[in-house]
Design a protein around this ligand. Sequence first.
Ligand code: OAD
Length: 273
Amino acid sequence: ETLRERSLAAVADHINAGRARRIVVMTGAGISTAAGIPDFRSPETGLYANLAKLDLPEPEAVFDLRFFEKNPKPFYVLAKDLYPGNFHPTVSHTFISLLAKKGLLHQLFTQNIDCLERAAGIPSELIVEAHGSFASQRCIECKAPYPEDLMREHVARADVPRCIRAGDCGGLVKPDIVFFHEALPMLFYDRKDLIEKADLALVMGTSLQVHPFAGLPNYVPEGVPRVLFNMERVGSLGTQADDVLALGDCDAGVRELADLLGWREELEAQWRG
Ligand code: OAD
């Protein structure tokens, strides 16, 4: 089922004709920038461009398990800015939630750790948090869970939390975010196969620089439309006949698609909450 042309209008027709009932969405930090959470790699505003003050060997070190074991402080300085609770889902999150509400969302794969997908009301069974999240935390030595209220207090002060398990473990506590040198959750590998059943793929707000997530759009079967909502062209998006590039702000792209679908009012109403 191919598109009549490479445009959002054709994507809207595809959906409205009932040809997209298993939509797979893949997201990254770009869908949360409008919520006030910086992304990683944007040249001026990205976190990695603004980490100089933390004295890191390279920006990615802040999410590197081996570096964290030696020096956890920079991560906790950053965690203060990223910790969920003070942010509201964006129009892009709301659009994905609307797809779920309409029974069209097959699966969402997100790299984001901000928990805004859940906040937007997307059912948890439809979400794969490929890089984990701030929703839970544990000791990196004995793996004992660490209480959320204590975590929140430490993060607010940019203090490094230590294991409080009886027996004096004292190990470093880290949110269940996937750091470099750590495995992705099993769920990522279990659900990856769902992409082969997709009849539409939306890729939003990601530079597709970090593997294995960056490979996901390549699992979309040939002939199935892939739509990119992103500031810049990334990965292999745009190389297949049915790829549609909606370059620019993803909220703007999503609003345009919602207009074409006749969903705009519903989207805005749901977004305002
Ligand atoms: P990046 O910062 O690498 O990429 C964000 C992408 O979104 C870029 O291509 C931006 O141009 C684009 N973008 C930013 N704001 C946008 C907007 N309003 N509308 C549309 N596009 C926008 O973020 P990710 O791809 O998510 O790992 O990064 C992947 C992983 O690298 C992250 O999960 C993180 C990091 O190391 C962990 O936290 C474990």
